[in-house]
Design a protein around this ligand. Structure first.
Ligand code: NAD
Length: 277
């Protein structure tokens, strides 16, 4: 079984560098998929209130027989629950669904800058942190300007920013900003969401050279950028394949070949326009 290394967050706690994402896994399939991932060695599970499958995650972790302090559970505040009191209430609901007393990482799912509530929402996150209900707090889909506001107007620097990131959209500028401020970068859509990245000729060439799968090459690229990465799959073979990326390395030529894949285009929403709630 692959040993997943951990990265140190700015608050002194550790996060596994590779975890299991459950976006778009139907609620009734989630317990099975997460159980499969836990038995393959994953310890970080990434869900969200908006995915509607926190109960399935909770069921899998309660039946897994794994010590609580070996698990790292992330969920995210859904867009309709921004605001101080609403965020605190929504957190309690998540904890009931997950069956947990203490959460490892709570993220603001989207900044929704058009509603201008993320600073107030962050203050609720700071409260949950100081009350010991959550061990780390972070954000998702935040652009540099949104992070700058949190840094200027609040007390706690986010531990992570989870953003769309893959070889087509490598987010160089945001990663540099994170590194300068001690914020870890967590990649969502790391495999390009099944939209062609894994068939790209540059990726296929590196995969052939390394005798690994395209998915493994792309996940290894994330690891070597020092990102946290959370691939999703419901296929047991792929679940195992995706965590088996710690016994090989990409060299400079491989990394440069993968850099050719860059288009600079997002697959998902632009955080500055995304206003769904
Ligand atoms: P992903 O890039 O992980 O792609 C998942 C898809 O890739 C699978 O459905 C499958 O079709 C395919 N796949 C998986 N493993 C493969 C393999 N080894 N070979 C070939 N194909 C493979 O996309 P994602 O699920 O969108 O992102 C991962 C996780 O990130 C999510 O599950 C979720 O936890 C998180 N996420 C967060 C946000 C956010 O706004 N914060 C948005 C999207 C996703």
């Amino acid at each position: 079984m692959s040993a997943v290394p951990s990265l140190l967050m700015n608050n002194g706690t550790q996060i596994p560098q590779l975890g299991f994402g459950v976006f778009l896994i139907p609620p009734e399939e989630t317990e099975k998929a997460v159980s499969e991932a836990l038995s393959a060695g994953y310890r970080l599970i990434d869900t969200a209130q908006g995915y509607g499958n926190e109960e399935g995650v909770g069921a899998a972790i309660s039946s897994a027989g794994i010590q609580r302090d070996e698990l790292f559970i992330t969920t995210k505040l859904t867009n309709s629950e921004h605001g101080y009191d609403k965020a605190l209430r929504a957190f309690d609901e998540s904890m009931n669904k997950l069956g947990l007393d203490v959460l490892d990482l709570f993220l603001i799912h989207w900044p929704l800058p058009m509603f201008d509530e993320y600073v107030e929402t962050w203050r609720a996150f700071e409260r949950l942190l100081s009350d010991g209900r959550v061990l780390s707090i972070g954000v998702s889909n935040f652009e540099i300007e949104h992070l700058k506001r949190l840094l200027a107007e609040t007390a706690v620097t986010p531990a992570v920013n989870q953003v769309e990131l893959h070889p087509e959209f490598p987010q160089e500028e945001l990663r540099e900003f994170h590194a300068a401020h001690g914020i870890l970068t967590e990649s969502w859509g790391p495999l390009g969401q099944g939209k062609g990245l894994l068939e790209n000729p540059h990726i296929l060439n590196v995969a052939r050279r390394k005798a690994r799968t395209p998915g493994q090459v792309v996940l290894r690229w994330h690891i070597q950028l020092s990102n946290v990465v959370i691939p999703k799959s419901v296929n047991p073979d792929r679940i195992r394949e995706n965590i088996d990326v710690f016994d090989f390395e990409l060299d400079e030529a491989d990394m440069q070949a993968i850099a050719q894949v860059r288009t600079g285009r997002r697959l998902g929403a632009d955080p500055n326009d995304f206003d769904m709630r």
